[in-house]
Design a protein around this ligand. Sequence first.
Ligand SMILES: NC(=O)c1ccc[n+]([C@@H]2O[C@H](COP(=O)([O-])OP(=O)(O)OC[C@H]3O[C@@H](n4cnc5c(N)ncnc54)[C@H](OP(=O)(O)O)[C@@H]3O)[C@@H](O)[C@H]2O)c1
Length: 179
Amino acid sequence: MATLLYSATMSLDGYIAGPGGDMGWLTPHLGPNPFVEQFIPRFGALIVGNRTFGGDDPHKGTDKAGKAFGGGWEGPQFVVTHHPRPDGDGITFVPDVPTAIREAKAAAGNAHINILGADIARQCLRLGELDEVLAIIAPVLLGAGTRLFEHPGGADVRLEQLHVSHTPKAINIWMRIIK
Ligand SMILES: NC(=O)c1ccc[n+]([C@@H]2O[C@H](COP(=O)([O-])OP(=O)(O)OC[C@H]3O[C@@H](n4cnc5c(N)ncnc54)[C@H](OP(=O)(O)O)[C@@H]3O)[C@@H](O)[C@H]2O)c1
């Protein structure tokens, strides 16, 4: 059975994108991260929100731009969107989150499915399908933007620690959702 993991690099104050979806803030914080690098090959599929898919890229202006994890991973991607387009290049456009989860599970086997995008991750959590969260904290405060997790009226989602490590540029916190 696949494990659904929501992963993102966030600022210390909990933002995964700056105002207007800016991702340029992340560029100076990219660098070797052995824990994350050994994790990436475990991904059997990605579920991607359409804002992430069409959004800003911290690798823009380099040959890593437009590629999943800067070209560090290849495999099936399921993009959730109200505006489906023809599939291609391993990318399948799906009309809702349950379809994305079903198709990603079929593609991933027992591997991890990585979720990219806060909106999609929140919906996976609401469906009871989110298993784990990997937050990579970069040493920066952004003050505004897209939060790692937001829930109108608040929430009380309990987590347990699986792993904590750090590099000179980041702190990795991997947690399991207690169901
Ligand atoms: N720091 C990091 O590591 C990291 C990682 C990933 C993403 N990001 C950033 O986070 C931001 C994106 O996160 P987000 O939460 O704003 O958006 P998101 O989850 O990437 O995408 C949301 C979009 O997906 C589509 N969608 C959502 N739910 C749907 C549903 N039930 N049915 C059909 N389509 C649905 C809608 O797009 P349409 O209506 O247009 O189809 C919606 O606007 C971007 O700025 C991205 O660059 C950062």
